[in-house]
Design a protein around this ligand. Structure first.
Ligand code: FE2
Length: 310
């Protein structure tokens, strides 16, 4: 059962004729849009005359949200910046599914808002699944109270193996040099130590890292609790050539999260997930604390750009 008013479809001004007009309209609607986002978690704006990365950039700037830069983030995804504020959502091949996640919830720093823009829609597939995290947590707490208690009390740790150079076949293919902003093993280790990560150097200069204990459930300022973590994406999706067999998720005390319980979590989440099918020009705003997102596999050319804000 999903909320019928999700995402909220915001009616756009029909007389807007170009990207500058769209940007000024967004600027005048800023407060209303941010209120919708904070309340409902996602807002779709369809019908604005936007066609490329520069148009999208102008809209992002108009919303006056503080930039969260990809370069400084610990994101695992390979992305290509198109402008200072705008980048490709994920360079992973079309057949690779990106499973539900809160952006960068597997790292100590994450954006609060995500902006997506469709420059070109795929021939088929390629929708963006959106899952309301507060709704999911309620259902999980009803059906799997012990798991939720454990997650809340123990937190969670993530382990992944980063390549020595970008792996474009993977959804988690960003190199350790790029991820950590390091050009040597020594400086990478310094950064990891500062972040309280543990690490191990593997064959081919690949780097296996484990995060410190991170919360798996968060209470937001308005009192709502959310399933704010990367468990589903890590469990279902971190399966590239380097991450086949190793334990990717564990409770904060090092104990196992069972496959059975993760299978149930994934199934319950899928049942309440809404798929957004893109049309060229769509602008989608997502609150990263309230809503999880992903990417379905697709055929054809799909160009969805993203921008993150603090
Ligand atoms: Fe993402």
């Amino acid at each position: 059962m999903t909320n019928k008013n999700f995402p909220v479809q915001v009616e756009v001004e029909a007389t807007i004729s170009d990207a500058d007009g769209a940007a000024s309209w967004l600027s005048s609607e800023r407060k209303r849009l941010l209120d919708i986002l904070a309340r409902n978690g996602a807002a779709l704006l369809r019908g604005l005359p936007l066609s490329n990365a520069l148009d999208f950039d102008a809209c992002v700037v108009a919303l006056e949200l503080e930039n969260f830069t990809y370069a400084e983030s610990l994101s695992n995804a390979v992305r290509v910046n198109k402008t200072k504020r705008v980048f490709t959502a994920n360079e992973a091949p079309p057949e690779v599914e990106i499973f539900l996640h809160h952006e960068m919830a597997q790292t100590p720093t994450y954006p609060s808002k995500l902006l997506f823009f469709c420059e070109h829609s795929s021939d088929s597939g390629g929708s963006t699944p959106l899952c309301q995290s507060d709704l999911l947590l309620k259902q999980l707490a009803d059906r799997m109270p012990q798991l939720i208690d454990e997650l809340e009390n123990k937190g969670v740790k993530y382990t992944n193996v980063m390549p020595a150079s970008a792996d474009l076949d993977s959804g988690q293919g960003r190199s350790w040099q790029n991820t950590l902003g390091s050009d040597s093993k020594t400086s990478a280790e310094t950064r990891l130590r500062d972040l309280n990560y543990t690490w191990e150097w593997l064959q081919d200069e690949n780097l296996k890292v484990t995060t410190p204990v991170l919360p798996a459930i968060r209470r937001l300022d308005d009192g709502r609790k959310v399933f704010f973590n990367q468990l589903i994406a890590a469990y279902q999706g971190w399966k590239d050539s380097r991450n086949q067999d190793s334990k990717k998720i564990q409770f904060g005390d090092g104990s196992d999260i069972s496959e059975e319980s993760m299978d149930d979590v994934c199934e319950i989440a899928e049942k309440i997930t809404y798929d957004h099918f893109w049309q060229k020009g769509d602008l989608l705003l997502v609150d990263n604390f309230l809503v999880m997102h992903g990417r379905r596999p697709f055929f054809g050319t799909r160009k969805v750009l993203a921008s993150l804000s603090l």
